[in-house]
Design a protein around this ligand. Structure first.
Ligand code: F6P
Length: 365
């Protein structure tokens, strides 16, 4: 019987996942004693009864590198350590089913697991590794917030989409002499906002790493308007906060979704500007999940392909408990523990932040 390598995609989807799956399967197809299977919706496909497993051979992955999303499905609910079960009183509770899942993997002759995911998924990888699972991590996220790797696939495509949105909003803001606020994703890291603001030419960029002073934003708006420009473009991260303020969350009534859902920072900023007496018309655009959908750009397809091949080679080399990463342009393996230990915030001393300031972008500080 062939050795099996299980591939899962977990957490929020992002462009490039299919390219990574394809690369793993293509690289593995040159090793006669291995075959690749996938679990539907992260590890939930293994945990379900009956199990939901997908055979991943060359015909299953043909041409998928250009497609967004993931052919395996994904989720940020459930999982081996928080499996939802209905209690006798009808309420839902979460149970640890990790030991049962590892037994199922043994039964399936799974000798290695490749978990493609962000921060939350790699925390699961680390816990499973500590229980003896032969697991390898592959980083992905549009947020670019994972430590131990220079970047992740998904982020460049999200930046491209956000920049395209800024470009479009500039022309309508200009036509109507408006202030337009674009709210982008990124959770607690301002990478998408920073890149889109510089690439798209916004006047103000509000990121979680720099709590904003509303008066400083108004100063920048006034300076622009006095310069005979009647319109202003602002890019704000969903995780941005005013000085001494708190995050803006949306209601979340989904059982098992552990992340508090950010959202509303753009609307809050609009109300603050209006309350402070800004008379120019203001509109808010929430870019939302458009940033995660659709085709990956070439860079993401390439990085995802490199990570996929590297991950399977790490399986062959038994580098378990490690994650494929990019460091100084080189493909390397790093301990998963290192990747989840350090959150990748925007470095306020970086050249890019300085460049943004040098071209007149205000961070509201
Ligand atoms: O982590 C990726 C991300 O898109 C964040 O930028 C965002 O806050 C979150 O996921 C949204 O999650 P969901 O798809 O559950 O709404």
């Amino acid at each position: 019987m062939k050795k099996r390598c299980l591939v899962v995609t977990g957490g929020g989807d992002c462009p490039g996942l299919n390219a990574a799956i394809r690369a793993i399967v293509k690289r593995a197809s040159t090793e006669k004693e291995w075959e690749i299977i996938g679990s539907r919706d992260a590890f939930n496909g293994i945990l379900r009864d009956p199990m939901e497993i997908i055979e991943l051979d060359n015909s299953a992955i043909a041409g998928i590198h250009v497609r967004g999303g993931t052919i395996l499905g994904t989720t940020n609910k459930g999982g081996p350590f928080a499996w939802p079960v209905q209690a006798s009183d009808g309420t839902w509770i979460e149970e640890d089913h990790s030991a049962e899942m590892l037994r199922k993997l043994e039964y399936l002759n799974v000798q290695a697991v490749i978990n493609i995911g962000g921060d939350g998924s790699q925390r699961i990888s680390q816990q499973l590794f500590e229980m003896g699972c032969n697991i390898i991590g592959v980083p992905k996220t549009i947020d670019n917030d994972l430590g131990a790797t220079d970047t992740t696939f998904g982020f460049p495509t999200a930046v491209e989409i956000a920049t395209d949105a800024v470009d479009k909003l500039v022309t309508t803001a200009e036509s109507h002499n408006r202030i337009i606020i674009l709210e982008v994703m990124g959770r607690d890291a301002g990478w998408i906002a920073l890149h889109a603001a510089v690439a798209g030419g916004a006047e103000v960029c509000v990121i979680p790493e720099i709590p904003y002073n509303i008066n400083k934003i108004i100063e920048r708006i006034n300076k622009r308007i006095q310069n005979k420009h009647g319109f202003v473009n602002i890019v704000i991260s969903e995780g941005a906060c005013p000085l001494e303020g708190t995050h803006q969350y949306q209601n979340n009534d989904e059982f098992g979704h552990h992340n508090l859902r950010l959202g509303g920072a753009g609307n809050r900023l609009m109300h603050e500007l209006k309350e402070a007496g800004v008379a120019t018309d203001i509109r808010v655009t929430l870019l939302g999940h458009l940033q995660r959908g659709g085709k990956p750009i070439a860079y993401d397809r390439i990085l995802a392909t490199q990570f996929g091949v590297k991950a399977f080679e790490m399986v062959l080399d038994k580098e378990f408990g490690k994650m494929a990463a990019l460091r100084d342009g080189k493909l390397v393996s790093v301990p998963i523990s290192e990747a989840i230990e350090k959150y990748n915030y925007v470095n306020l001393e970086s050249d890019l932040v300085q460049t943004a300031r040098d071209i007149g972008i205000s961070f509201g500080d």
